[in-house]
Design a protein around this ligand. Structure first.
Ligand SMILES: [Zn+2]
Length: 360
């Protein structure tokens, strides 16, 4: 008996592979419909007992048996019933209770439990109302997804940026600033009642909110004080015989003030005497270091009135005018330098001295 069945099956398969092509090549619809009967018989012979999951009129998928179908349905439902630590489930229900129907199905269209769940969940991620049909295997089978409605309380925290305000200070310089009060971000907690269908939020309602951390504004103090140039006084009396700048192709690094021999030389600014000696072309030379990062040089002196290490105040007599070193007449060569003594770059003293007080 079994043998006979097998022979019939073989004959049916031969029919599928040989008769159908011949029929369709000669192709008119009438002759095809005759042979379709044979094909349907063949296809029916390949169907086996299975369970389809249906939602309304739509077949969602087909699995091997009732237990698998129930398991797929439960997994889908409880996926939405599970809550995170910041959620509370208020209500959950099927929009349409899925049905399990016994069917005969082509073995190729029967999904494993995992494939069935993946199919339904991915379809659910698209808004279920938008899913008209989802292909399972080629164009042989289509599916909608199932639909669950649920409502949760969801607790969310949100941060709030702080404001920054600026205050002025007369005691700080313009390039200085200080943070008077550090800014703190605010934190607010919100409890929302959110309604979902599958993975899509449908409606959100604020139930209550609470301020956890009050934002604190940042206060920055900015200085308004203008940095003044260091103040120097004229280091002697007389007239300007040579200014700072290029002279005979070289930089004249100071200002020359000429007067008679023995004219008094004054400290241009408070400081400490760091040199009283013959120093190359400067002749008898005094250097004074000031506490603002500058130092001054007095050259071609006739006599020193101070010693190295002496603390001098602005205007103190430090020496007498001469013409020692590389000099052609009684004058003071005066330099202002910025940098660590004895190095540093020279600056034009006329920016710092009131030369109008000298004779022309
Ligand atoms: Zn000079």
């Amino acid at each position: 008996m079994k043998k006979i069945k097998n022979i019939i099956s073989v004959l049916i398969i031969i029919n599928i592979f040989f008769l159908i092509p011949i029929c369709c090549v000669s192709a008119d619809n009438k002759s095809c419909s005759i042979d379709n009967n044979i094909m349907n018989t063949a296809i029916n012979a390949m169907r086996i007992n299975a369970c389809a999951i249906k939602s309304g009129d739509n077949t969602i998928c087909t699995v091997k048996d009732k237990a698998t179908a129930e398991s797929v349905i439960d997994d889908f439902y409880y996926k939405y019933a599970i809550c995170e630590s910041n959620e509370v489930l208020l209500e959950i229900k099927w929009n349409e209770m899925p049905q399990i129907i016994n069917v005969k199905e082509d073995i190729c269209n029967i999904l494993s439990k995992e494939d069935a769940i993946n199919l339904i969940v991915s379809a659910a991620n698209i808004n279920y109302t938008e899913v008209a049909a989802l292909s399972i295997t080629g164009n042989t089978k289509t599916s909608n997804t199932m639909s669950v409605s649920y409502t949760k309380y969801v607790k969310l925290t949100e941060t709030e940026e702080y404001n920054t305000i600026t205050e002025n200070s007369k005691t700080l310089y313009q390039d200085q600033s200080q943070i008077k009060q550090k800014g703190i971000q605010g934190v607010k907690e919100y409890i929302y009642k959110i309604e979902y269908i599958n993975d899509k939020e449908q409606k959100r309602e604020l139930v209550k909110s609470k301020e956890l951390i009050k934002p604190q504004e940042e206060i920055i103090i900015r200085g308004t004080k203008i940095r003044e140039s260091p103040e120097y006084i004229l280091p002697t009396t007389g007239f300007v015989s040579s200014l700072y700048g290029e002279r005979n192709g070289e930089l004249h690094m100071g200002i020359d003030i000429a007067n008679s021999k023995g004219s008094l030389i004054f400290a241009a600014k408070d400081g400490i005497v760091t040199r009283t000696e013959w120093y190359f072309g400067y002749g008898k030379c005094i250097d004074i270091k000031h506490n603002d990062g500058s130092w001054t040089r007095y050259g071609h002196l006739d006599k020193f009135l101070v010693n190295v290490g002496d603390k001098v105040n602005q205007g103190d007599e430090i020496g007498l005018m001469g013409t020692t070193g590389n000099s052609t007449g009684y004058h003071l060569h005066f330099e202002i330098r910025y940098g660590i003594w004895p190095c540093g770059r020279t600056v034009d003293p006329s920016y710092f001295l009131d030369l109008s007080k000298l004779k022309n």
